[in-house]
Write a protein that binds this ligand. Structure first.
Ligand code: DAT
Ligand code: MG
Length: 151
């Protein structure tokens, strides 16, 4: 299987609502491989780095306050097409526009509390993984399932 990796985070609302297992389970069952995971409370400065692309937007400050308001479950998932397909599993940014069957469509209601983050492309995936994890925290291993997921 190809070594494509993406950064996925369950935001403080998803953690507080007890949705960790539900969300992790969807990525696991799909056949993607977990290569890093940790629970962290990011500082506001860290949240600003994570969302630096949005610093001109009116909701930027509130968004960074929110991300740093409690525990975030930070993860790296690996698999063929995981960046794009992960976004598909997550659904549209505004849960009101996310399809049923997606994570936000099934589990969230408003854009300011949309429970999950996923990298939007190869460049952001690389940058976000490097921001949230040290190289040592990324665990390389062979999943027993690989030959059954990929043939
Ligand atoms: P996504 O998380 O789908 O990649 P994004 O990168 O455009 O979306 O924005 C990051 C987060 O900012 C998003 O998950 C929720 C918040 N956000 C986006 N647009 C917003 C808006 N119009 N009002 C309030 N919050 C918004
Ligand atoms: Mg984004």
């Amino acid at each position: 299987a190809e070594l494509e990796r993406t950064f996925i985070a369950i935001k403080p609302d998803g953690v507080q609502r007890g949705l960790i297992s539900e969300i992790v389970s969807r990525f696991e069952r799909k056949g993607f491989k977990l290569v890093a995971i940790k629970l962290v409370v990011p500082s506001k400065e860290f949240a600003q780095k994570h969302y630096h692309d949005l610093k001109e937007r009116p909701f930027f400050s509130g968004l960074c306050d929110f991300l740093s308001s409690g525990p975030v479950l930070a993860m790296v998932w690996e698999g063929e097409g995981v960046i794009k397909y992960g976004r598909k599993m997550i659904g549209a940014t505004d849960p009101a526009k996310s399809e049923p069957g997606t994570i936000r469509g099934d589990l969230a209601v408003v854009v300011g509390r949309n429970i999950i983050h996923g990298s939007d492309g190869p460049e952001t995936a690389k940058d976000e993984i490097a921001l949230w994890f040290t190289p040592k925290e990324l665990v390389s291993y062979t999943s027993n399932e690989e030959k059954w997921v990929y043939g």
